[in-house]
Design a protein around this ligand. Structure first.
Ligand SMILES: Cc1cc2nc3c(=O)[nH]c(=O)nc-3n(C[C@H](O)[C@H](O)[C@H](O)COP(=O)(O)OP(=O)(O)OC[C@H]3O[C@@H](n4cnc5c(N)ncnc54)[C@H](O)[C@@H]3O)c2cc1C
Length: 394
């Protein structure tokens, strides 16, 4: 029997693959649901309840055949906003110039240094900070040039932003879990020791043939298993602010903006089906750390609304978003996803190396040596760990 610890995408994908290969599998999940960082939040507001994705929201590519019919691709970015100039526009030329600069980068160092070497103007560097930096989990000076280029080259399913029409990604985790032989919720694992021996928080001790640990970095470190050199992957924090508005306050073709020189570098109108529009502000990495440290949640909401007001104000309405706000919610993620900081490639590879004479294996987005910190990355890491464990046991 093989124990898979963690019922996120990596753990579920791993368990499915192991069952396909003929193994008896037990999934132990600490929380009362599967999906991990794919989670819906209920947002109560003045006119009812909205349900929005609190963690992963977009499919970066089409990942599973059963979804192809109802997957909808969205244009990203749809608008750009230059904070210093207070200008919202569809600026294909600016985005193309950034992509062009990006294609020209080479060498080591930070992404900021590498982009600056291409001679891209500072106005566009600020935009690149929002387009690339925030998405990758940091600002341009936090990220490594070599690592981002590598990550960019490894999007095996495409880079587009897609959603499952009319539903959130919990559909995906639930489908992945359905039909699995033995998934136990509310079973936190407190220790995994060589043997392997698995101890749960309710004192049960299991001695399976192998263990696949598919938990986030912090949970793995808490188990005090050795981490092969060099060091642990950098995991970015993230802050998501949601505001429910009574009515749209944006142009009819608007659904998202990347915002240079702004508190929230990315914002979008949630594609999740709700009666009232929900706008999401997203900030990651050191910027998110600073925001969360400095501001109470109510202040983050106030500032996000202020940013929306500045972007969408008109001669007739100075505070369109603030005046239309029906409710809000803030989620702070201490571990959102791994970031391609300098040295990340080697760290993520090392983090996936099996221990205990090939009886303890690792999966999870931070173990994906292709670096992509997305749900496909998590899924790929789970499938790979299953294949490695299968080989080791035969
Ligand atoms: C705010 C945010 C936005 C994101 N946006 C996107 C996006 O748009 N598109 C995208 O592709 N990706 C996105 N991601 C990344 C994506 O969510 C993750 O890469 C992916 O879900 C990670 O899956 P995982 O299985 O590796 O880990 P997790 O989903 O974290 O699963 C780990 C599981 O292990 C369980 N666990 C932890 N400790 C224990 C223990 N001791 N015992 C038993 N179980 C334990 C946890 O409860 C959890 O269920 C986002 C993430 C965040 C946080």
């Amino acid at each position: 029997m093989i124990v898979v610890v963690g019922g996120g995408i990596a753990g579920l994908g791993c368990a499915r693959k192991l069952e396909e290969l003929g193994h008896k599998v037990l999934v132990l999940e600490a929380s009362d649901r599967v999906g991990g960082r794919i989670v819906d939040v209920r947002l109560e507001h003045d006119r009812g309840v909205a349900v929005v994705p609190g963690g992963a929201e977009f499919l970066h590519g089409i990942i599973d055949k059963p979804f192809e019919d109802d997957v909808e691709e969205l244009e990203w970015p749809n608008y750009v906003y230059f904070g210093k100039e207070c200008r919202l526009e569809r600026d294909e030329a600016a985005l193309e110039a950034i992509d062009e600069a990006f294609r020209g980068i080479s060498g080591e160092g930070t992404l900021l240094q590498a982009l600056a070497r291409t001679g891209v103007p500072s106005r566009l560097l600020d935009l690149a900070d929002a387009v690339y930096g925030n998405d990758y989990g940091g600002s341009l000076s936090d990220l490594g040039a070599r690592e981002v280029v590598y990550e960019q080259s490894r999007w095996s399913h495409g880079e587009q932003y897609a959603v499952i029409r009319g539903r959130t990604l919990t559909t995906f985790s639930e489908r992945l879990a359905s039909g699995l032989g033995d998934v136990r919720l509310g079973r936190a694992v407190v220790a995994v020791d060589p043997g392997p021996v698995v101890t749960t928080s309710d004192g049960n001790v299991l001695r399976p043939d192998a263990v696949v640990l598919a938990v986030p970095v912090g949970a793995r470190l808490a188990m005090r298993l050795p981490v092969p050199s060099p060091d642990v992957p950098t995991v970015a924090t993230a802050v998501k602010v949601f505001v429910v508005l009574e009515r749209p306050v944006w142009p009819p073709d608007f659904w998202n903006a990347v915002c240079a020189d702004s508190l929230f570098p990315e914002l979008w109108v949630s594609p999740a089906p709700n009666d009232f529009p929900v706008v999401v502000g997203f900030v990651t990495g050191s910027r998110a750390d600073r925001l969360a440290r400095r501001h109470a949640r109510a202040e983050l909401v106030r500032r996000f609304l202020e940013q929306l007001d500045t972007i969408f104000s008109s001669p007739s309405t100075a505070r369109p978003a603030t005046d239309a706000c029906l409710g809000s919610h803030v989620l702070e993620w201490e571990e959102a996803y791994t970031a391609p900081t300098p040295g990340a490639i080697e760290r993520q590879r090392a983090f996936a190396i099996p221990l205990a004479d090939h009886r303890i294996f690792f999966a999870g987005e931070a173990c994906n040596d292709a670096l992509n910190p997305c749900i496909q990355g998590a899924l790929a890491s789970g499938i790979k760990a299953a294949a490695t464990a299968h080989q080791a046991l035969h």
